[in-house]
Write a protein that binds this ligand. Structure first.
Ligand SMILES: [Zn+2]
Length: 785
């Protein structure tokens, strides 16, 4: 046992935003992509230094107290690079990495890394997928029996040398890395990347040794995969826990730095037991999304963790609300009491703070009262310090902060926008009937008559290219440089142009094109009451991409129709049916910072009711088809099976509440993307939409058999055109996919559409691709008749 190692810090955070307070990393990356002679490593160095300085100044001090988790692009990619585990198509870049093991931040290595992350020409980028149930996207490693897995260097070694022993390197753990990987293309069908665990452990052993030499006393390994039931494949959680025990038995040695293993994003008390059987120095649990350990756990860990540390993640790494300090202190004291004096309790965050913006005090244009309820990363650091002090020294030592927080909580409780009685009365009186539409058969007939569409109707998902011109016009209007009427005229011109293009292409169901929307969630947040927008509240979405989520702080109402005029104008221009376009309750919640003072079901129903009013107004304005997008429904699916039904019941319930007021003859569509839907086929069915479009082209319609065998009866538009690149799919290719669709489903169910919206595309590729889509549909129609 390395008895000389100082204790795990009594207060710490599990990670800090990487992008910089003014998105410095984003801009440095984008500059480097344009010109690789720019000094990206210099920017990285100064970012590492300034964030370390901030964290220390806010009170996290001592050995291992400051997380060093900076990443140029993605934390999963970092491990892939360190292990040299590049997919075959990037063999060339793999050689560059191998030749530069000692200079992991040289321009050549950085370029190689970005080629792997972003793809180049025919060589597709690594797939991106959501990191657990968050809105951050990581890059998915591709691992097969032949994949190289050997030490290939890491920028973190030099960073630790520069920062000293207060810095605690943070790495994605080996079990999580492989659990998040997918089989390499050349691997056998059901290959499990976890088969390479032993090879990867050798790399981690080398890594730990080098970090020790660089001066690290503590290393944090994040193992969130251990809290999930079947994250990607059919991994069984118990098996992951077993593998973790084996892995840490091997890695936690006397010569390595002390290891702190973080079980974030949920709960996995059995994994704490397993890790306690190894020589790790600290185990960290998440009591925000997870749960507080009970007496039985504490009694077990009292002995099992004696001489070591239990880190308690009691400050949320994911929301932006001030911590309920009194409740947290009470929880920490219960845990401390249950564990006795032999186990050190450390106060920390539930996850890394990279899900939240940096500093709430910069939000000077928000109502100061609202700001007083908020805690971004820097405020959360102070909370962690306060709680640790309170735990050690008692309430009196932190009396001032407790008072301040209590006063803010009181103002929040009493704020008239937080609780609007009329809204609560409406949600309180929602009945099952409000979530139920007429029988599908009757709806189908009424819609067929109202719409008169051919078999295999063609349509798009809603947005059309957002040209520079459109974005410039919107920005000018926002800055007050364009009069409202001029703005409206400009957008109408766009809509007119887009309708004409769609008619010319020959699509059956048209859309207005969404030129007025910067973002499908923010747009509704701006038009509903109950939301606020930040100025600097950026969070990393992936790589250099950031989003600025709105804050959903109060009861939601719709002061006026939001989309009706745009859709009605589009419909006035054409004889084709125009599809109205709304964002669903679950997606609005997933991509906003949602209030933590009422149950998600209440928030979802409030949004559902606001959307229901919008749908009714769209119907009245003569819009025959209304699409309610729910791309995030899979993202919020709880990581543990036991929590899923409850989630699906409020999520599906809110969608049904939004849509069930629609007349039989109104066709309700929904759109889902960003994931594999095989796991939620049943939920998709329960949404009850007349037509569901899903992302499916890249997986070559793999989800169809699952839908068919589930007995899914209604309309389905499996995407036939991957809109994530500028590539124009050929008519034959689309025809091939449609052939599969009409074989797997009843042809009368099939709709023809792309995988997702086209706002990031240019017209150059959009027009020919859409033409191919239309002509392929015609071909398949002919074959059917
Ligand atoms: Zn989509």
């Amino acid at each position: 046992m390395t008895t000389s190692t100082p204790a795990f810090p009594a207060a710490t955070i599990l990670g800090y935003p990487r992008i910089g307070a003014d998105r410095e990393l984003k801009f440095a990356l984008e500059d480097f992509w344009k010109d690789s002679s720019t000094d990206l490593p210099g920017v990285a160095r100064s970012l590492r230094k300034s964030r370390t300085g901030t964290i220390k100044a806010l009170g996290l001090e001592g050995t291992g107290a400051v997380p060093e988790d900076f990443s140029y692009y993605d934390q999963v990619l970092d491990i892939l690079l360190t292990a040299g585990a590049v997919p075959e198509r990037f063999a060339k870049e793999g050689e560059v990495l191998k030749d530069n093991v000692e200079t992991p931040e040289s321009p050549a290595v950085l370029e190689a890394q970005f080629t792997i992350a972003r793809g180049e020409g025919d060589r597709a980028a690594l797939e991106m997928t959501k990191w657990f149930d968050s809105n951050y996207h990581y890059l998915v490693p591709e691992i097969g029996p032949e994949t190289r897995i050997e030490w290939t260097g890491s920028p973190r070694i030099g960073a630790i040398e520069a920062l000293g022993e207060e810095a605690r390197p943070v790495l994605v753990g080996p079990v999580t890395f492989l659990a998040l990987s997918k089989p390499a293309e050349s691997a056998p069908e059901s290959y499990d990347p976890l088969e390479r665990l032993d090879d990867l452990l050798d790399v981690y052993a080398t890594y730990l040794e080098k970090l020790a030499t660089a001066g690290a006393k503590w290393v944090q390994l994040d193992e969130p995969a251990l809290v999930t039931d079947r994250h990607r494949t059919d991994q069984d959680r118990a098996r992951l826990v077993e593998l973790a025990e084996k892995a840490y038995a091997k890695l936690a040695t006397d010569s390595a730095p002390r290891l702190a293993v973080a079980l974030t994003y949920g709960h996995a008390f059995d994994a704490v037991d397993a890790l306690a059987r190894t020589n790790v120095g600290a185990v960290i649990i998440d009591t925000v999304r997870g749960k507080e350990p009970g007496e039985a756990e504490l009694a077990r860990w009292k002995d099992a963790l004696a001489g070591r540390t239990l880190g308690v993640g009691v400050v949320s790494g994911r929301n932006i609300w001030r911590n309920p300090l009194d409740d947290s202190l009470a929880q920490l004291r219960r845990i401390k009491e249950g564990l006795g004096d032999d186990v050190q309790v450390s106060v920390t965050t539930s996850t890394s703070l990279f899900h939240v913006p940096i500093d709430a005090t910069r939000e000077t244009s928000l109502d100061p009262e609202l700001v007083s309820w908020l805690a971004f990363a820097d405020q959360k650091i102070q909370e962690v310090v306060t709680l640790a002090t309170g735990l050690r020294e008692g309430d009196a030592a932190i009396g001032g902060q407790l008072e301040e927080y209590r006063a803010a909580a009181e103002s929040r409780r009493k704020n008239p926008g937080v609780r609007v009685d009329a809204v609560r009365q409406r949600t309180g009186s929602v009945s099952e009937a409000d979530r139920t539409r007429g029988e599908y058969e009757a709806r189908r007939e009424a819609q067929a008559e109202a719409l008169g569409l051919p078999v295999l109707p063609t349509t798009t998902i809603g947005s059309f290219p957002q040209t520079k011109e459109i974005r410039r016009t919107r920005a000018k209007f926002r800055r007050g440089e364009l009069a409202e009427q001029d703005y409206i005229d400009a957008m109408r011109q766009e809509i007119k142009d887009t309708i004409e293009r769609q008619e010319k292409i020959g699509l059956d169901v048209l859309v207005h094109g969404e030129p007025e929307r910067n973002d499908m969630v923010q747009y509704f947040a701006e038009h509903f009451d109950g939301f606020a927008a930040t100025e600097h509240g950026w969070v990393q979405s992936y790589g250099s991409r950031c989003t600025r989520p709105s804050i959903l702080w109060g009861d939601v109402t719709r002061p006026a129709p939001v989309t009706v005029e745009w859709s009605a104008y589009a419909q006035s221009l054409t004889d084709h049916p125009v599809k109205g376009m709304l964002t669903g309750p679950v997606t609005i919640m997933a991509w906003s910072f949602v209030r933590d003072d009422v149950a998600p079901k209440e928030v979802a129903d409030q949004l559902g009711l606001a959307l229901r009013e919008e749908i009714s107004d769209l119907e009245e304005a003569g819009i025959p088809i209304i699409q309610v997008d729910e791309p995030a429904i899979r993202e919020l699916l709880p990581l543990r099976e036991e929590d899923r039904e409850q989630y699906l019941s409020w999520a599906v319930g809110a969608f049904r509440l939004a849509t069930s007021g629609a007349a039989d003859k109104t066709s309700i569509h929904t759109h889902l993307c960003y994931s594999d839907f095989a796991t939620i086929v049943d939920a998709v069915d329960r949404l009850g939409a007349d037509v569901t479009s899903i992302e499916a082209s890249r997986s070559r319609f793999k989800v169809l058999p699952a839908l068919a065998s589930h007995g899914y009866q209604r309309g389905l538009g499996p995407g036939v055109w991957d809109i994530h690149s500028a590539r124009v799919p050929s008519e034959e290719e689309i025809e091939g996919l449609l052939d599969i669709a009409v074989r797997e489903l009843d042809p009368r169910q099939v709709w023809v559409n792309p995988d997702c919206g086209l706002k990031t595309r240019a017209w150059e590729e959009t027009t020919p691709s859409a033409e191919h889509l239309v002509s392929a549909a015609k071909k398949v129609r002919e074959k059917l008749s």
